[in-house]
Design a binder for this molecule. Structure first.
Ligand code: ZN
Length: 160
């Protein structure tokens, strides 16, 4: 079977940045599974896996525009202390969940100031060129339920 829209693709991958620092990897663990053609993964990687079969190995480089987007300078702003929950410990690297115009967003505290903190609403991987070393471990047809939900169930996917 080949990776195509409506197929469940399982893989092992290692993600590195331009400095060859490992950002994420699931080697040595359970394969990661996604539903092809349903925006489950970034477009640049999905496109590179189109038509791939079990055993397919590849190094895939994804530019920011095909990954998590370019860094948006307008998404970095200062917020006063009273905008944070009173019991929250403000520290650099802390993640803050908020309601954005298109649904829930996660912001990262990037700097503390005298009156609050500077937040960055960019995805942590925005602006980065991503290097994936992937190996496809399985390709199967999705179930009707998975297609209806738009994501994978069971091993390597959603449990609910
Ligand atoms: Zn589901």
């Amino acid at each position: 079977m080949k990776a195509a829209r409506g197929m469940v693709v399982s893989m092992h991958y290692t993600l590195t940045d331009d400095s060859s620092d490992v950002l994420d990897s699931n080697r040595g663990g359970e394969p990661f599974s996604y539903l092809h053609g349903h925006n489950n993964i970034i477009p640049g990687l999905e496109k590179a896996l189109e038509g791939a079969q079990t055993g397919f190995k590849s190094k895939v480089t994804v530019a920011p525009r095909d990954g998590y987007g370019e860094t948006n300078a307008d998404a970095v702003f200062e917020a006063p202390r009273e905008h944070f929950p009173p019991d929250m410990k403000l520290e650099v690297g802390a993640r803050v969940h908020a309601d954005g115009p298109n649904g829930p967003i996660t912001l990262t505290v990037v700097k503390l100031t005298d009156t609050g903190a500077v937040l960055d609403a960019n995805h942590p991987l925005a602006g980065k060129t991503l290097h994936f070393d992937v190996e496809i471990t399985g390709v199967r047809a999705a179930t009707a339920e998975e297609l209806a939900h738009g994501h994978v169930h069971g091993e390597g996917g959603h449990h609910h």
